[in-house]
Ligand binder design. Structure first.
Ligand code: ZN
Length: 307
C-alpha cells in the first residue's frame, strides 16, 4: 500500500503574503488525502536529510552560504521569488529526508510506492543556486541516496510540473546513470528545457505549448517520456509531481485535469512494474490553485494506491 510522508513543519516554512507557494498548500493536499478512501494508507514522518546526503548534490560552498543567512526572525529574499524564514532550511532538509525515507521504504519493499507531501519544493534548485521557491533539490538528493546507499544503478526522474526542472537537469546534466525527463509549458519560467538540451543523452525535454490539454498531452508523453523510459530501464522511478499543469492553475497555462494525472500515474506504474520491481517515489513540487492541487494530488495517490 502507498506510504504518505509528511510533517507539520512543512506548513511552518513561511513565504511573503500572497506568495503562490503558501503554507495552505499543505492543508489542501492533506485535507484531500483525509477522504475515507485513503484510510488504509500509512502516514509517516521522517528525519532531516544529513549534511552528507545533501552534499551529494549541493557543494559545501552552497550549503555554507545558504545556512549562514538563515534569519532568526522575519524573512530574507534569496531571489525575487524565493524566501527563507527561520524554519525554512529545516523544512527543506526534512523534505529531502522524507524523500530519502520514501526511497528506503520502497527499495526495502515495505511498500511499492510512496508520496511525499512537503514544501518548499525542490526541482528548481541547482547545484549552487536556490531559485524558484526551491532551496534543496529533493528528488536529486533521493536519487543520489538510492545510488550511494542502496547501490542502485539507473534512476529515472520524471517531472510533469508545468515548469521545467532546471535544477534537476543542472545536477544530472553530465551523468548518464540518471535519466531526467520533463514535460513543461514553453515558453514559461525558468526558460530552460529546450528539446536540444540533451546532456549526455540522459536528458529528455518535451516542451509543450500553452493550452495543451490531456488529449494532446497523452500521446506526446507516451511517445517521448514513456518510450525513453522503456529504453533506459530504470531500477527506480522518482516523480517530480507538480500539479500546476492543471487547467485551473494560476501560474500555468496548460489544460490537464485530474484524470490526466491518473493516466500519467498509471503510465509510470506500468514502466516501474516492467523494469523497477514497481518501485516508485513521488515528491510534490508545484500546484498553486488550492482546490485543483488537492483534487489532483488525491487523483495521483488514488492511482498509486489503487483506491
Ligand atoms: Zn511548477
Amino acid at each position: 500500500m502507498t506510504l504518505i510522508y509528511t510533517d507539520p513543519l512543512f506548513a511552518r516554512h513561511q513565504m511573503p503574503p500572497r506568495h503562490p507557494e503558501q503554507s495552505a498548500r499543505m492543508a489542501a493536499v492533506l485535507d484531500a488525502l483525509a477522504a475515507s478512501r485513503f484510510d488504509g494508507l500509512e502516514r509517516r514522518t521522517a528525519t532531516p536529510a544529513s549534511y552528507e546526503a545533501i552534499a551529494r548534490v549541493h557543494p559545501s560552498s552552497y550549503l555554507d552560504r545558504i545556512t549562514s543567512c538563515i534569519p532568526e526572525t522575519g524573512m530574507i529574499a534569496l531571489d525575487p521569488d524565493t524566501h527563507m524564514g527561520p524554519e525554512s532550511w529545516d523544512a527543506a532538509r526534512l523534505a529531502s529526508g522524507a524523500a530519502i525515507a520514501a526511497v528506503d521504504a520502497v527499495v526495502g519493499l515495505e511498500a511499492p510506492n510512496a508520496f511525499v507531501v512537503a514544501r518548499p519544493p525542490g526541482h528548481h534548485a541547482e547545484r549552487t543556486t536556490a531559485m524558484g521557491f526551491c532551496l534543496i533539490n529533493h528528488v536529486a538528493v533521493a536519487a543520489r541516496h538510492a545510488q550511494a546507499v542502496h547501490g542502485l544503478g539507473r534512476i529515472a526522474i520524471v517531472d510533469f510540473d508545468v515548469h521545467h526542472g532546471n535544477g534537476t537537469q543542472d545536477i544530472f546534466y553530465d551523468d548518464p546513470s540518471v535519466f531526467y525527463g520533463s514535460t513543461h509549458q514553453s515558453p514559461l519560467y525558468p526558460g530552460t528545457g529546450a528539446a536540444g538540451e540533451r546532456g549526455a543523452g540522459n536528458i529528455l525535454n518535451v516542451p509543450v505549448d500553452a493550452g495543451t490539454d490531456g488529449a494532446a498531452y497523452r500521446p506526446r508523453f507516451r511517445d517521448t517520456i514513456v518510450a525513453a523510459l522503456e529504453d533506459f530501464r530504470p531500477e527506480l522511478i522518482i516523480l517530480s509531481a507538480g500539479f500546476d499543469a492543471h487547467a485551473d492553475d494560476p501560474l500555468g497555462g496548460m489544460g490537464l485535469v485530474e484524470d490526466d494525472y491518473v493516466w500519467i500515474t498509471h503510465q509510470m506504474m506500468d514502466v516501474a512494474a516492467q523494469t523497477a520491481h514497481g518501485r516508485l517515489v513521488s515528491v510534490l513540487e508545484g500546484g498553486y490553485d488550492l482546490s485543483a492541487l488537492g483534487r489532483s494530488a488525491a487523483a495521483h495517490v488514488g492511482a498509486l494506491a489503487g483506491v
